[in-house]
Design a protein around this ligand. Structure first.
Ligand code: PGA
Length: 248
């Protein structure tokens, strides 16, 4: 039985004061009967404080990015060991904004994934096609290419730690959510590709999230799809009322 995961991605948003206000509201709210696994990927400067602020909630705090090397002269970067040293155990890898604005190649994504697994972090691997790729009919091969390259040298006994976030690039931050059935088809494709790379058992148990303009009014339809196990939410995770409706 695959778990349902509701993940928020705050991207480069929220000052410490704003994060405190958000946490105060969360802590006032009784979310004990929500059944999903809950996580917020927060900016790295606040990870430790936010973890403390959300301690009494069920919300885990995850990191949005880390460097592919263990340590060294990489000014401004953050390492897997640093994240672990403050009690963070989940990491977003290969978000399309990292790929697009920070030139993160498939090779770098692969290096980060391997390091995250080696360090026993839970990687949330993001993949997704552009609108051009979708209209050209190469959605599946694009996803396959990204997955095969990202998972190069990943040992099969490590593969079950990976969570995949399918985020069609054209749906991120655009308000243009994928039709739920189309998202389901893409996630089924991903599961098939995972079976080709690893095996059927890994594929069947892999948690696959959908991301891209998810909000409280479309989440139910998305979660009702057979191949979609949860969501990765950017914009709609920033406002506490909206975030609570997503969890509910
Ligand atoms: P969005 O972002 O929900 O604002 O579209 C999703 C994401 O980038 O993870």
């Amino acid at each position: 039985m695959r778990r349902t995961v509701i993940a928020g991605n705050w991207k480069m948003n929220k000052t410490m004061m704003e994060a405190e206000l958000f946490s105060d509201s969360i802590n006032e709210y009784d979310l004990s009967n929500t059944k999903s696994d809950q996580i917020i990927f927060a900016p790295s400067y606040m990870l430790q404080s936010l973890n403390i602020l959300l301690k009494s909630s069920r919300i885990e705090v995850g990191c949005q990015n880390m460097h592919q090397y263990e340590s060294g002269a990489y000014t401004g970067e953050i390492s897997a060991d640093m994240i672990k040293s403050i009690g963070i155990t989940s990491i977003l890898i290969g978000h399309s904004e990292r790929r697009q604005y920070f030139n993160e190649s498939d090779k770098v994504v692969n290096e980060k994934l391997l390091l995250a697994l080696e360090k026993n972090l839970t990687p949330y691997l993001c993949i997704g096609e552009t609108l051009e790729e979708r209209t050209a009919g190469i959605m599946r091969s694009t996803l396959k290419n990204q997955l095969v390259k990202a998972c190069k040298n990943v040992k099969i006994n490590m593969a079950n730690k990976i969570i995949i976030a399918y985020e069609p690039i054209w749906a991120i931050g655009t308000g243009c959510v994928s039709n739920a059935e189309d998202a389901n088809i893409a996630c089924r494709n991903i599961r098939e590709i995972v079976a080709e790379i690893f095996d059927l058992d890994i594929a069947r148990n892999m948690i696959i999230l959908y991301g891209g303009s998810v909000n409280p009014s479309n989440i139910d339809e998305i979660l009702a799809q057979s191949e979609i196990d949860g969501v990765l939410v950017g914009g709609a995770s920033l406002d506490v009322t909206s975030y609570i409706s997503l969890l509910k």
